[in-house]
Design a protein around this ligand. Structure first.
Ligand code: ZN
Length: 249
């Protein structure tokens, strides 16, 4: 059980529970700003309609080398009401060590991502209209191409609008082990990517802080909308285009 956060903050900005008795549990030893930033980002995504019907998930990794412990949103939780003590703590082996309910069903994907992108400290996953549309449209190509837009410079390490951002797209499945393997392969194949799409499902993106992950999310979602508006001119997609990735098998 995560104890209630009757929290106080010390001079280093660390969050402490009045009940923890010196227990260095991850949730209670994190900089308050990062835990609060994760919850604020969940509320912000909810307000934008990016995590409808309890979808999506968010996590924050322990600082330092290796995956370490991860705080992740609980399965089926309303992200618009997320509070720090709702987060589930998972250890380096993927075992739940603290929390009041089950972690997200997609926790394994977060662990794969943290392993492949050791600089990442936070991962955000959302189900939006535009990432659902663009991932379905570009699935036959295997990635969504984004190029020629000034806002690409909001992605870490990108310095020009001429940058070609290739966002890999994985076929969706309910077999999470398979998805974890495919996620690992995609991250290896696209070492410069700032996000991964699951076809007609959603986007995963990450950053060295919650703020950076949130910036990447905003850049990518902005560009998904721009691209899909450009491609469709506001028209409905033809049914065969919508089903192209299914036909490919
Ligand atoms: Zn999802």
């Amino acid at each position: 059980m995560v104890e209630p956060l009757s929290a106080r903050v010390d001079c280093a900005g660390l969050l402490h529970s009045e009940h923890m008795g010196g227990d260095p549990r991850f949730l209670h030893s994190q900089a308050l700003s990062e835990v609060e930033a994760l919850c604020a980002t969940a509320h912000w995504c909810y307000a934008r309609g990016w995590v409808p019907a309890t979808s999506g998930n968010f996590s924050l990794r322990e600082p330092g080398p290796g995956i370490g412990r991860v705080l992740i949103t609980p399965s089926g939780h309303d992200k618009g009401a997320l509070q720090p003590d709702d987060l589930i703590e998972v250890d380096a082996n993927g075992r739940v060590v603290a929390g009041r309910s089950k972690p997200s069903a997609e926790t394994g994907l977060h662990r794969v991502l943290y392993r492949a992108r050791p600089e990442a400290r936070s991962i955000l996953h959302v189900h939006t209209v535009w990432n659902t549309l663009i991932s379905g449209h570009y699935a036959p190509r295997g990635y969504a191409p984004l190029q020629g837009y000034e806002i690409l410079k909001g992605l870490a390490g990108v310095t020009t609008h001429a940058h070609l951002e290739r966002v890999p797209i994985l076929a969706n499945t309910q077999t999470y082990d398979e998805l974890c393997d495919e996620m690992a392969e995609a991250l290896d194949e696209y070492p410069q990517a700032h996000g991964v799409l699951l076809s007609r499902h959603g986007l995963y993106t990450w950053g060295q802080s919650v703020a950076e992950a949130r910036r990447h999310l905003e850049v990518l979602e902005f560009l998904f909308e721009v691209e899909m508006r450009r491609l469709t001119g506001g028209r409905m997609l033809e049914p065969d285009a919508i089903g192209a990735d299914e036909a490919r098998g």
